[in-house]
Design a protein around this ligand. Sequence first.
Ligand SMILES: Cc1cc2nc3c(=O)[nH]c(=O)nc-3n(C[C@H](O)[C@H](O)[C@H](O)COP(=O)(O)OP(=O)(O)OC[C@H]3O[C@@H](n4cnc5c(N)ncnc54)[C@H](O)[C@@H]3O)c2cc1C
Length: 277
Amino acid sequence: MDLNTLTTLVPARHRDDLRALDERVVPLAGGSWLFSEVQDHLTGLVDLMTLHWPSLTVTDEGLEVAATCTLAELAALPDDRGWAAHPLFFQCCTALLGSFKVWNVATVGGNICASLPAGPMTSLFSSLDAEALVWRADGTDERMPVARLVTGNGENALNPGDVLRSLLVPQSSLLARTAYRKIALSPIGRSGTVVVGRVDPDGSFVLTVSGSTVHPEQLRYESVEAATSLRDDVLALTTWFTDPHGAADWRRSVSALLAEEIRSELGDRDDEGAVAR
Ligand SMILES: Cc1cc2nc3c(=O)[nH]c(=O)nc-3n(C[C@H](O)[C@H](O)[C@H](O)COP(=O)(O)OP(=O)(O)OC[C@H]3O[C@@H](n4cnc5c(N)ncnc54)[C@H](O)[C@@H]3O)c2cc1C
């Protein structure tokens, strides 16, 4: 839709151009959320896409994904480095049920910064224990876990003028075995819950619940956890919420069921194929 209160659009070329940002002048990435709702409080946009950050950069530490990387680019990440976690990138992209047009404009950073509970990029990068590199408005840089960047339904740890620059996925997470489950009330509905399990090369197990909770919740264990205590730990989470995409009690119950499926998929198996513990 037209945003009739806008009077400025700055195509950013350098970090200095981000100084134009404030409460009423905000970053523009793909625009798929910004132009989908009334934004009467805004007077200007600063376009981040004209910064032309490289979308995907492999480093010694892991993978750096620019905030401006589109879902289409991320979904097409080549599987040429032996990363066991590779399927998770495409799987999480499919949790945003937009058309190819949306996939080709919506960005990783726009999705995380919109901070909807059903943000598939929040699910992906929190479950991989990625760090967010934030360019603060005062010119400093700050790194924080993505799981802590998103703090509530539509809320995050960014202040006016701050920009999410990139997501840094550690090598240990890229080498991890992962399992993914998503459920929605209708076949093309917004996620009711997204549950991701990860077993790192050292055997440690992380379960990340999102979509059903107002911010990502993570449970950590030394190894794949026993069924009963994993179920109890999921049910003991307290940040379930209700909206048109699902009731809190349904989200809680189904998350526990999906956690068990993940535990079963990732758990050690004995010679007869039964999951240990
Ligand atoms: C058909 C359709 C289906 C959708 N389904 C889902 C869904 O299932 N789950 C879901 O979460 N969302 C969904 N959305 C909304 C969704 O969040 C966005 O469309 C998309 O992820 C936003 O990305 P964008 O790059 O277009 O962001 P924009 O619309 O450009 O920006 C989104 C917000 O983030 C801010 N922002 C953008 N980039 C940065 C940055 N680098 N640093 C700081 N702030 C920034 C903007 O100022 C704005 O407030 C859907 C949208 C459509 C059209």
